[in-house]
Write a protein that binds this ligand. Structure first.
Ligand code: HEM
Length: 450
């Protein structure tokens, strides 16, 4: 039988293929491959056949229509080393059970209550910003947003304030995140070598885990029944055996929510301000809208639907700088995508950063234009052309949570401050697990006149 014809793609090296390029500049490698080789491009990644998709119909096929044929790819292994076998990384019946358990925590009714916590955490943060606004002090915007979304996820998911443990999360999380990002394309062996970076990662993980186990033990002991995710996981019983989740399973779910529930949203906000600083007219439009809809009152869930300018600016920022910039799947059996045979055991790459910049889907793709998200424009776009939250059964469970949170934060900030970036900064997107503004964003707060 003739060998199957793979789609066109960059040649790469013998055996390792384009792995060096993917390690050193994954975004450029994916953008170039999509530009040069069409809607399905072949990228050999070490031992794997790799298929890069840029046609929304093909992406829908993999994420939704034929989702059963796919698991998360081996690239999630390093993530698993950190957050274990939780909702983001588990598969099949175990995943489905956990997803069903978690789902009620994200229902609309719960969102209304959680919006309250989102606003109160934001108010606390803005109080602290007051001094920086008076003195003209420079703030590290990414760190500020990270701390805010961390406080929110802990409050809404676990009904607790981090208190003294906030310092541990703040300190350990960046170490863990960076190391997972750096070793994304590495083998397990490389992460177990006695290197200082590996040691730092292990220590940070241990420290963070200790905090997480403490939150779990505290709840088990006090038997407080809060209407939050932790209670749902704690009260869950296996249909057949009647047993509950072990501490280890709980630890994995808590670590997953801690990671997935704050990092991405904080980056979405940071990129939004990066873009708004270059588009003062959009920023002013947001301020006017917030003024009209909320005035000097307290933002709340009821306002969210009345703030289309705020929502569209965030959506456009998620298009240009999707925090989950790329994800991937492993084919469990053979498949056919875009007319090509995809052998069992192949990696399929879905790269929002690239898909969101295809000129056939997004005219003048580099331009920041929130109007792309007006209902008229949205109605004519293929659903899988815009995938900041993935799609199909493994799509983001927290997408509405994140949008409500981001809108309320932007609205609350707009009531009081304008965020002005320190001029002359060179900021570029750094693709770790998530897409970070590197080396950070330095900004000043300007008080808005009332
Ligand atoms: C702007 C913010 C966010 C972005 C861009 C984002 C993006 C994503 C993406 C792309 C996926 C799919 C990954 C894949 O297919 O491999 C995902 C899954 C997930 N996200 Fe989010 N997310 C955000 C906020 C949140 C929040 C706030 C939570 C929790 C409160 C959350 C929890 C999760 C979980 C648990 C999964 C795994 C779902 C499953 O496989 O069943 N995310 N997210």
């Amino acid at each position: 039988m003739p060998a199957p014809a793979f789609p066109p793609g960059p040649r790469g090296y013998p055996i390792i293929g384009v792995l060096p390029q993917l390690r050193s500049d994954p975004i450029r490698t994916f953008l170039d491959a999509a530009d040069r080789y069409g809607t399905v491009a072949y990228l050999k990644a070490g031992p794997y056949h790799g298929f890069l998709l840029s046609n929304p119909a093909d992406i829908k096929h993999v994420l939704q229509d034929n989702a059963r044929n796919y698991h998360k790819s081996p690239l999630y292994e390093r993530l698993k080393d950190g957050i274990g076998n939780g909702l983001l990384t588990s598969e099949d019946s175990f995943w489905l059970r956990q997803r069903r358990l978690a789902q009620p925590a994200f229902h609309r009714q719960r969102l209304v209550t959680m919006a309250e916590a989102m606003v109160s955490c934001t108010e606390q943060k803005l109080e602290r910003w007051d001094r920086a606004a008076s003195s003209g002090e420079i703030i590290d915007l990414v760190a500020e947003m990270m701390a805010l979304t961390q406080a929110i996820i802990v409050r809404t998911m676990f009904s607790t304030d981090l208190g003294a443990t906030a310092e541990v999360v703040n300190r350990t999380w960046p170490i863990i995140n960076r190391r997972i990002g750096e070793t994304f394309w590495s083998t397990k062996l490389e992460t177990t070598l006695p290197l200082p970076a590996n040691r730092r990662m292990r220590n940070a993980l241990h420290e963070l885990e200790t905090v997480v186990y403490r939150i779990i033990a505290d709840r088990r002991q006090t038997r407080r029944d809060e209407p939050d995710l932790l209670s749902m996981f704690l009260s869950a019983r296996d249909d057949e055996t009647g047993t509950g989740m072990t501490d280890r399973q709980l630890r994995d779910e808590v670590m997953t929510m801690l990671l997935a529930g704050h990092e991405t949203t904080s980056l979405a906000l940071s990129w939004t301000y990066y873009l708004l600083s270059q588009h003062p007219e959009v920023e002013q439009g947001i301020a006017d809208e917030v003024d009209r809809v909320i005035g000097g009152g307290r933002p709340g869930f009821a306002h969210v639907e009345q703030l289309p300018h705020v929502r569209q600016a965030i959506e456009e920022s998620l298009r240009l700088y999707p925090p989950a910039w790329g994800f991937s799947r492993l084919s469990l059996g053979e498949d056919e995508i875009g007319g090509y045979q995809v052998p069992k055991g192949s990696i399929v790459f879905v790269i929002p950063f690239m898909v969101h910049r295809r000129p056939n889907l997004w005219p003048d793709p580099e331009r920041f234009d929130p109007d792309r998200f007006t209902p008229e424009h949205e109605s004519v776009r293929p659903r899988f052309a815009y995938i900041p939250f993935g799609g199909g059964p493994r799509g983001c469970i927290g997408s509405q949570f994140a949008m409500v949170e981001a809108q309320l934060i932007v609205a609350a900030i707009a009531q009081r401050y304008r965020i002005e970036l320190v001029p002359g900064q060179q900021i570029r997107p750094e693709p770790l697990i998530t897409l970070r503004p590197s080396p950070g964003i330095r900004a000043r707060l300007r008080r808005r006149p009332h």
